[in-house]
Each structure stands twice: as structure tokens, then as C-alpha cells.
Ligand binder design. Structure first.
Ligand code: C2E
Ligand code: MN
Ligand code: MN
Length: 412
């Protein structure tokens, strides 16, 4: 049997939505909802909606899709979509919560908000549903999210491009591989911070395919030796920024003198250890944390920067961070994707930003494809970015870079 579920989302009313239409609007949805077995609650503070809808999971998924194309709503953020045991609002087709005025403005309330917003929910609503529902409603009424929501006023414009550069075809080498390079930008200072070297077969094969050619300890030796080619290609590109390299943590642990191998390769091309950032994924680091930490400290002692890659991709990253703080944290696309419309990802990201600020760790958002993702992340305080929005990896070269101007708040 399909689950009963509850969807809670927040959205902003566009000018297409006229305040005078509210009652009419409510009556219409209330009727339609009743027919479809949907129940719920609508809170409207004069500017933003908070809507709770209860029904079958499939109906709610469909509803969220319809909303995204409804011109009367914008800045839609999904806050909860979850199975529930019973409805919190069984008899309400879709009621407008009767709001009453608060005595005092809630703390953290944005300035310039008129009295219409200073409201609080009556007891008959507070007595319904579970604690989580109450906390979400309370958070809506407190309005701390407003700062994020107001990002609709900030703008992102493409401004200029940096042309691509390609390496001359490489002369024969003992390993059948090359590297694609992808820029990592500091978009606040408009500087190229780093390029990341991504391993490829000579016919463009993926990292998984290339590393899959080797088994047992051979993969670690290959992983390390391939980095000499990445360093050589980076040096030939002659860009004034860091070089980010991916390694398996076991490469550092299992291959003797791996650190000096890397440092010598850099030195051959006149590069200092400070130019290197080693990226290690959270997944691999976590399986043998002690080996991992020992190796990372050795690299740091040599002057190399270390980054935790793919943070948030599904491993126990927080416990790792409590034991070891890297120089950089790369936030995985899993957390970045559609962040502007996803409440849970937003809350996680804000916590990670706080943590990194407190610990002096630089953050890089990976896999940024949409301007809305970029805008949200900039507003949240991140300034380093990697992703197709800015530049795609280019085999034996650095692709064109598309720079974007970010203006925090242009008043419409
Ligand atoms: P990674 O280090 O997280 O590298 C970023 C990956 O995300 C790259 O995939 C890149 O092409 C892709 N990417 C970049 N921007 C976007 C975007 O906007 N959207 C999407 N959907 N994807 C984006 P790639 O090159 O296939 O690499 C996959 C993984 O393979 C890397 O993930 C890294 O963990 C590993 N890898 C790459 N080179 C090496 C290497 O030399 N040694 C080892 N051990 N692992 C490597
Ligand atoms: Mn990486
Ligand atoms: Mn990554």
C-alpha cells in the first residue's frame, strides 16, 4: 500500500499572485484537494507561503513538480517530504492558518518588514502534528531563513572568459595516460586558485577504467607514478596557481617514499611543495583513519596542502573531521545539486560553512552547474568553485573559463 506522506515547502508569492485573491485561491485549492484526498495547511505572511500537504507519496511528488512551473510561486524550497502515520490536518482540505499579531518582533527579523509579518500561530494549529512540524513552522515564523530567501535579489552575470590552452601532443611515455585539467576559481577575488588534474586514458577513458587496469598493490604504484605525468603537464601549462592531484590514501601508505617521489617530481619542474594540493576522498580516508592521518601529517610537514574530496557523498565525514582538519574541504555535487530548492541540503551546508570558518578550513564547492546553485553558495559564504558552469575538464589542456559577476543584492 502506498505510504501516507507529508510535504512541507516554502515559496515566495510572485506579483502574479494578488493578495486580494487569497481567499478565492484557498477555496479553489481546498475543493480540488478534497477531491484528491489531500489535506494540509497554508500559512501566508503577506510575502511567503509555508504549505503543509498530506497525501499519497506519488501525489506529493507530482505536486512539487507542478509547483515548479506555477508562475505564482518562486524560490520554492522543499523542507520536508516524509512518510507519516496519520494526518495532522485530517479535516482541513487546505485551510489558511489564522495568524494573529505578535506582541514583539521575533529575534533576527529582517528590518523593513511591515506589521503584517509580525504574527504567530494560534494554539489550535500548535496542538496538531509532530514536533518536527512545529519546529519547521516555528522556524518559518521566526524568519531566520529570510536572509537566504532574499538571495532572489542577488544577481549573477557572465562577465568575461579566459581562453582555453592546450598542450602539444605528448611524446611517447611508458604509461598510456594523460590528464584533463579543470580550473578551481576563487570567484570573489576573480583568481584562478588551482587546476585539478583528472586522469584519463589516451582515448579519453575515465579514471575508473584507467585505475581498473591494475590490481592489488600495482594500482597504488601506478597511481603514484602517474602523478609525475600530471606534474610535468601542469608545468608545461605554465599557470600561476596550485596543482590539485587525486591520490588513493593507500598509495601514500603502501608505496615507500611516496612523498619524496612527489616532491622530487615537483622540484624537477621548478615547483615548490606549496604549489601542490593533494586530494583524498572521504570514503577512502575513513576506512583506515590512523594510516590516513599519519600520512597527511607527513605531507603537511613537507609543506603540501591537503584536501578532503567529495565531502558529503555519503560517508562518515563528520567523525573524520573531528580527528583531522584538512586545509581544504571539497563539497561533493551530491550536496550542491539544486541546493537553492532543497531545505535539508541548505541546513547541512550552513553547518559545514560554520565548521570550516571556525576551523580555518577553505571550502570548494564542486560540480556547480547552475547559476542558482552558485548564487546560493556565494550567499552562504563560499567563494571557491569548480564545475561545468565555469569550465569543463579538457584533455591535455585547460578549457575556457567563464567568469561570473556576483552582486549580493541589487534592489529590483
Ligand atoms: P573528483 O576528484 O571529485 O573530480 C571531479 C569529478 O567531477 C571529475 O570527474 C569531473 O569531470 C567531474 N565534474 C567536474 N565538474 C562537474 C560538474 O559541474 N558536474 C558534474 N556532473 N561533474 C563534474 P572524473 O574526471 O570522471 O573523475 C572522477 C573521480 O576519479 C575524481 O573525482 C577522482 O576521485 C578520481 N580520480 C581522477 N583522477 C585520479 C587520479 O589520478 N588518481 C586517483 N586515485 N583518482 C583519480
Ligand atoms: Mn578531486
Ligand atoms: Mn570530488
Amino acid at each position: 500500500m502506498p505510504h501516507l506522506a507529508q510535504l512541507i515547502y516554502r515559496s515566495k508569492a510572485t506579483p502574479l499572485f494578488k493578495r486580494g485573491d487569497l481567499l478565492h485561491f484557498i477555496q479553489n485549492i481546498a475543493l480540488a484537494n478534497k477531491r484528491q484526498g489531500l489535506t494540509g495547511l497554508l500559512i501566508f505572511d503577506g510575502e511567503y507561503f509555508l504549505q503543509v500537504i498530506e497525501g499519497r507519496q506519488r501525489q506529493l511528488d507530482a505536486m512539487l513538480e507542478v509547483l515548479r512551473h506555477d508562475a505564482r510561486h518562486e524560490s520554492i524550497v522543499m523542507l520536508r517530504l516524509d512518510a507519516i502515520k496519520e494526518r495532522a490536518f485530517p479535516e482541513w482540505g487546505m485551510s489558511l492558518a489564522p495568524l494573529r499579531e505578535r506582541d514583539q518582533p521575533p529575534p533576527g527579523w529582517a528590518h523593513g518588514v511591515d506589521a503584517m509579518h509580525l504574527l504567530e500561530l494560534p494554539d489550535e494549529v500548535i496542538q496538531r502534528g509532530d514536533d518536527r512540524l512545529h519546529m519547521i513552522i516555528d522556524d518559518f515564523l521566526q524568519g531566520r531563513w529570510r536572509q537566504d530567501a532574499e538571495q532572489a535579489r542577488s544577481s549573477v552575470q557572465p562577465i568575461r572568459t579566459t581562453p582555453a590552452q592546450r598542450l602539444a601532443p605528448r611524446t611517447a611515455h611508458s604509461l598510456d595516460i594523460g590528464f584533463a585539467f579543470q580550473p578551481i576559481l576563487d570567484t570573489a577575488s576573480e583568481e584562478l586558485r588551482a587546476v585539478e588534474a583528472l586522469i584519463r586514458g589516451l582515448d579519453g577513458q575515465s579514471p575508473a577504467e584507467v585505475l581498473g587496469r591494475y590490481s592489488g598493490n600495482e594500482v597504488y604504484r601506478f597511481d603514484l607514478e602517474s602523478k609525475a605525468i600530471a606534474i610535468e603537464q601542469f608545468a608545461a601549462l605554465d599557470v600561476d596557481c596550485h596543482l590539485a592531484l587525486n591520490v588513493l590514501p593507500m598509495t601514500l601508505a603502501n608505496i615507500k617514499n611516496s612523498t619524496s617521489f612527489l616532491l622530487e617530481a615537483l622540484d624537477r619542474h621548478g615547483l615548490t611543495p606549496e604549489r601542490l594540493v593533494l586530494e583524498v576522498t572521504e570514503e577512502e580516508a575513513i576506512t583506515k583513519p590512523h594510516v590516513f592521518i599519519t600520512n597527511m601529517q607527513a605531507l603537511r610537514a613537507a609543506g603540501v596542502r591537503v584536501a578532503i574530496d567529495d565531502f558529503g557523498a555519503g560517508y562518515a565525514g563528520l567523525s573524520l573531521l573531528s580527528e583531522f582538519q584538512p586545509d581544504e574541504l571539497k563539497i561533493d555535487r551530491m550536496l550542491v545539486r539544486a541546493i537553492h530548492e532543497h531545505g535539508p541540503r541548505q541546513a547541512i551546508l550552513r553547518a559545514v560553512v560554520d565548521f570550516c570558518r571556525a576551523m580555518g578550513i577553505e571550502m570548494v564547492a564542486e560540480g556547480v552547474e547552475q547559476t542558482q546553485e552558485y548564487r546560493w553558495l556565494r550567499r552562504a559564504g563560499i567563494s571557491c568553485f569548480q564545475g561545468y558552469l565555469f569550465s569543463r575538464p579538457l584533455f591535455q589542456g585547460i578549457g575556457e573559463i567563464r567568469w561570473h559577476e556576483f552582486s549580493p543584492a541589487t534592489n529590483e
